[in-house]
Design a protein around this ligand. Structure first.
Ligand SMILES: Nc1nc2c(ncn2[C@@H]2O[C@H](COP(=O)(O)OP(=O)(O)O)[C@@H](O)[C@H]2O)c(=O)[nH]1
Ligand SMILES: [Mg+2]
Ligand SMILES: [Zn+2]
Length: 347
């Protein structure tokens, strides 16, 4: 039987219990299905439980997601409460319309997984980093498939250049011995999320870290080096080192949502430069006295990084507005439904 602590329970969750009925049982969400959840064992078994209709009237961000701690009524198995999260990873849903997609909650460390081949993209890692820093989660870049390339250092250096003090681990995900460097983040009480495209080796990492086959993996297609989606449900696994790891399906695109402060944190050096421009509203283009242009010219600032900063800043602002508009529409709709119901009553 796993204890709550072994599943990542922390004092911040314990403290929240005082305000709720003490008969409610805390369980952790291991997977989300269309109309229900899988949760950590009750009486020894992982359970699939339905999610009552009232949850679907709430915004997706308020509904339980993988990694959440929820309180169950043990008689009816109804989900009564989602405990306040310590962190949450989300992105803009690729479907559009300002929908947010939840990826994981209550995460301490995110492994940003990319392979040492065509998949490697500094720009994509910067997307993940913005979202992870925004959520106050420790990022670790995990470069996989080092057994397949000659010049590992090129990838390691490119990853290290993304942010000062960013941990970067180069591994062969198939070989447990090469994963020693990740152990420091996998200890008791730690919850780890994996972010990365399909086929980079996320499920392989989960298997090698677990010491046995817990996740289905599939060979990447040879022709274009893009993997197929083999992880159908996000899922949570307890590691021998004591931590908990969440596998997730590959993400083809990762549009950042509401990550302004994460973007600022990742590009703090550029923001510092911008603060030194002669004009407060400098566009960092042709303005005289532009400290950003000066840094570009003297080589202390990389043009790729600058363009990436502009792009992510714009994207984050734009997406935050789209999300805010959708929230407003949902609220308005809710009000209209209530008004209509009240009118019917008064008739
Ligand atoms: N040679 C080698 N193959 C790897 C490595 N990591 C993953 N693979 C292979 O890449 C394919 C995709 O891995 P998988 O874990 O399913 O990727 P996921 O989509 O990110 O979960 C599988 O065939 C793995 O065996 C690695 O470090 N080295
Ligand atoms: Mg997988
Ligand atoms: Zn400027």
């Amino acid at each position: 039987m796993l204890t709550l602590q072994q599943l990542g329970w922390k004092p911040v969750f314990q403290q929240q219990l005082a305000q709720f009925d003490s008969a409610l049982q805390p369980v952790r969400v291991v997977a989300v299905q269309r109309s229900g959840l899988s949760v950590t064992p009750i009486e020894g078994e992982v359970r699939d439980i339905p999610l009552g209709g009232r949850w679907f009237t709430l915004d997706v961000e308020e509904r339980p997601t993988v990694g959440d701690w929820v309180l169950l009524d043990t008689d009816t198995l109804a989900v009564e409460q989602v405990l306040e999260r310590t962190s949450v990873i989300k992105r803009l849903s690729p479907g559009g319309g300002g929908e947010v997609q939840m990826i994981a909650a209550n995460i301490d460390t995110a492994f940003l997984v990319t392979s040492c081949n065509a998949d490697f993209s500094a720009a994509r890692l910067e997307r993940y980093l913005s979202v992870v820093l925004q959520a106050d989660i420790q990022p670790v870049v995990v470069l996989t498939k080092i057994d397949l390339v000659e010049h590992i250092d090129e990838y390691v250096d490119a990853a290290r250049a993304l942010r000062r003090d960013l941990p970067v681990e180069a591994v062969n995900a198939l070989s447990p011995d090469s994963l020693q460097g990740l152990a420091g983040w996998c200890g008791s009480g730690q919850s780890i999320a994996l972010l990365g495209s399909s086929g980079v080796g996320k499920s392989t990492l989960v298997n090698s870290l677990s010491g046995h086959q817990v996740q289905a993996t599939r060979a990447a297609r040879q022709d274009d080096d893009k993997g197929r989606h083999t992880t159908t449900h996000r899922s949570l696994h307890v590691l021998p080192q004591g931590g908990v790891i969440l596998d997730s399906p590959g993400m083809r695109e990762f549009q950042i949502a509401e990550a302004e402060s994460g973007v600022s944190e990742l590009f703090a050096d550029i923001e510092d430069l911008a603060a030194r421009c002669r004009f407060a509203d400098c566009g960092h283009d042709t303005e005289p006295g532009c400290a950003v242009q000066r840094a570009l010219q003297d080589g202390s600032l990389d043009e790729r990084r600058l363009l990436s900063f502009f792009k992510l800043q714009r994207e984050s602002l734009y997406n935050s507005e789209t999300i805010a508009q959708r929230h407003a529409r949902t609220r308005q709709f809710g009000r209209r439904v209530k008004e209509a119901a009240a009118k019917r009553k008064n008739r």
